[in-house]
Each structure stands twice: as structure tokens, then as C-alpha cells.
Design a protein around this ligand. Sequence first.
Ligand SMILES: Nc1ncnc2c1ncn2[C@@H]1O[C@H](COP(=O)(O)OP(=O)(O)OP(=O)(O)O)[C@@H](O)[C@H]1O
Length: 255
Amino acid sequence: MTDILTARNIKKTYSSGHRALNGVSISIKKGECVGLAGESGSGKSTLARCLLMLEKLDEGEIFLQDQPLHLMPKKEIRKIRRHMQAVFQNPAAALNPKRKIIDSLMEALDAYPHVNPVYLQDVRDNRELCANRLLEMVGIASRYLYCYPHELSGGQKQRVAIARAISIQPSVIIFDEPTASLDVYTQGKILTLLKELQEQLELSYLFISHDLSAVCFLSERILVMKNGEFVDHFQKDDLFSPHRHPYTKQLSLTW
Ligand SMILES: Nc1ncnc2c1ncn2[C@@H]1O[C@H](COP(=O)(O)OP(=O)(O)OP(=O)(O)O)[C@@H](O)[C@H]1O
């Protein structure tokens, strides 16, 4: 299957002198969910930001399909960014508190009027129907369309952020600890939603979490990061194999 996103030998050092990534390589295929686990500080978010080209790389290459992002000027990257969506930990920060849900939800579709995702084709010419369809896809009632973010729970806000991420049928979605700020019950609901969306819409995900059980729930292929390097790479079914890296075993013990 085609590689959607490929990164090779990514190195990133912060101005503090701290090397957060020390030569990591990763690829995500169409329709695949790759999981990335590791403790706090291991470099997961830095990798997410590098893949999204939000950080300047010291070294390395990033390709979105065959397009070399690492060689593109900023202006070109901005154009291409719609193909790479992201959902972060804090849904409250993702939604503008002064904008109604419909306006936050439709932000990407409003900016790219020519984009016509297969799952919105029959409603694309009607903004309200389009927003309603997206809310429906993530299990939120249409009465929230004209509400403000403070009227929604944390889990509902994260559902809106997910709906916005899928709204323009991106090539890949990077989820960086999307459930970390939610209670355990809501975490489970959101993980189930992400799995259903990925399977139904054949989306490509990079799912990042410190929680190996969440990573294993969503992903077939799992990478484990420690101190800015991948120390393990395995298929979910091999999680309890004796060949797992001691660090992976340690993460699975805290499960
Ligand atoms: N802007 C920055 N300037 C300097 N150091 C940073 C910066 N951002 C992150 N770091 C450092 O880089 C290392 C990796 O951080 P990163 O946030 O990527 O890890 P993480 O695995 O995502 O952890 P967490 O889940 O806690 O965010 C850490 O030691 C962190 O302190």
C-alpha cells in the first residue's frame, strides 16, 4: 500500500541545546493507524510538530506522498497543510471561545470551498447541513451548532475538534494525546469514535499517547519512543512477545 507520510532521520535540537529527536524515521500507509507510545518527555509531541512542519528540523526528510515538505518554502507548506490535520490534548484551546461551534467546525471547509469530501458530497452546498452532518458523524446533537464552546463538555469539544479534522478529508490526521485531558469514561468513548471513523472513512492516523493500552486499542503497528529515539517497533499481536524491548515491557506493566 502507498505511504502517505514518510519521515527519515529526523533530528531536532531546541535552542536550549536539548536534543529532543535523535534520528527518527516513520512511515504511515493509506488507511493505517500507526501508534506511538512513550513516557512524558520522550519526544512524541516534538515529532508530531516536526511532521506537521511546525518546527524547523536540524536534519531529515519529510514526504507527504511524493511531496518533499522539508524542501518547500513556508508558503507552499501552508497550502499543503490542509492534507495534514491534527488534534491535540486540550480541546478548549483548539476552539475559539468567541466563535459558535458551526463557525469553528466549518473553518477548514470555508477556507477550501473547492474541497468536496465523499461523505459530504450531497450536503456540501449547504453550510448548515454540512456542519450538521459532521456533528452527526462524531455523535453530537445538532442543537449544539449555534452554541459556544463553554456550553459543551470537554469530551464534546474534543468531538468537535475531531469533526473539524476530518471535515476536509485529509490524507493523514495526527492525534497527540487526544484523550489525556478527559475522564476515563469519556476517554473510552472518544477512542471508540476514533476507531470507527478510521475504519469507516479509511483514514490514516498517527495516534500518540503515553498510554500503551490506548495505543494498542487503535493501532496495528506500534512504535515506542524513549529519549528521542525509537526503541521498539512491533505489531499489536506481538505486544507480549519476549522480544519486546524492556522499556515496552515496563510501559505495558503500568497498563
Ligand atoms: N520548546 C521547547 N524548548 C526546549 N525544550 C523543549 C521544548 N519543547 C519540548 N522540549 C523538551 O524536549 C523533550 C521532548 O518533549 P516533548 O514534548 O516532545 O515530549 P513528549 O513525549 O511529547 O512529552 P509530553 O507528553 O509530556 O509532552 C522534553 O525534554 C522537553 O522538555
